[in-house]
Design a protein around this ligand. Structure first.
Ligand code: NYM
Ligand code: MG
Length: 211
């Protein structure tokens, strides 16, 4: 039983390049968990629904230009504005399946040449994830998916640098899943990883991200 009625919820993050299949897998995982009677919600960053999120969305659509550090801090602010709600959901027993988090923040900005420590700093103190699942897909493969190239950053050379930075961010909370496997196979692996994580972290206190 993947239920989390007794303890806190888990913070599960999905990371990966653009068009690596994160959003579809998040949705599949969420409906599976709900079907198991687990209290869970799907979140995503950037959260384009807030006023900060609307600035980010316009930037990604190339409708506005922003300095590289400015947009970096807006992405971080967009996570900070959700921190209190995130904490209360988790403590209340709801598991959060989150499409992108601070690792996207660092990997994409560092791929522009910004200093990695500088990129990490504004996210110190956000809630630390219990599990980070990295969907590993070759940049060339992702580029074959329909819709690719529609937003800023969706260029193969840039995505290769993002992948290198993701690689250097890996720590003990990360699990790498081969995102080029059939969708059902990936889905099965995610179910198992998430279910284990939800069970294990029920009694663990929440901690803050320190990198
Ligand atoms: N992105 C996302 C960043 O550059 N920094 C961040 O902190 C986050 C959360 O936004 N190319 C980038 C990664 C994506 C883009 O994300 C939009 P999505 O998942 O396509 O909405
Ligand atoms: Mg996208």
């Amino acid at each position: 039983d993947a239920g989390s009625k007794s303890g806190r919820g888990a913070l599960v993050i999905l990371e990966g390049l653009d068009w690596s299949g994160k959003s579809s897998q998040c949705a599949r995982l969420l409906s599976y968990l709900e079907g198991q009677g687990c209290r869970a919600e799907g979140w995503r960053f950037p959260d384009r629904g807030t006023s900060v999120g609307q600035m980010i969305s316009a930037y990604l659509a190339n409708e506005s230009q922003l300095d590289d550090r400015t947009i970096h801090l807006l992405f971080s602010a967009n996570r900070w504005e959700k921190r209190a709600l995130m904490e209360s959901k988790l403590l209340g027993g709801t598991t959060l399946i989150v499409d992108r988090y601070s690792y996207s923040g660092v990997a994409f900005s560092a791929a522009k040449g910004l200093d990695i420590q500088w990129c990490k700093a504004p996210d110190v103190g956000l809630i630390a994830p219990d599990l980070v699942i990295y969907l590993d897909v070759q940049p060339e493969k992702a580029a074959e998916r329909g819709g690719y190239g529609g937003e800023r950053y969706e260029k193969i050379e840039f995505q290769k640098r993002v992948a290198d930075h993701y690689h250097s961010l890996r720590d003990s909370t990360w699990k790498v899943v081969d995102g080029s496997l059939p969708m059902e196979t990936v889905e099965e692996q995610l179910r198992e990883l998430a279910t284990n994580c939800i069970q294990k972290c029920q009694e663990k206190p929440l901690t803050n991200l320190t990198w």
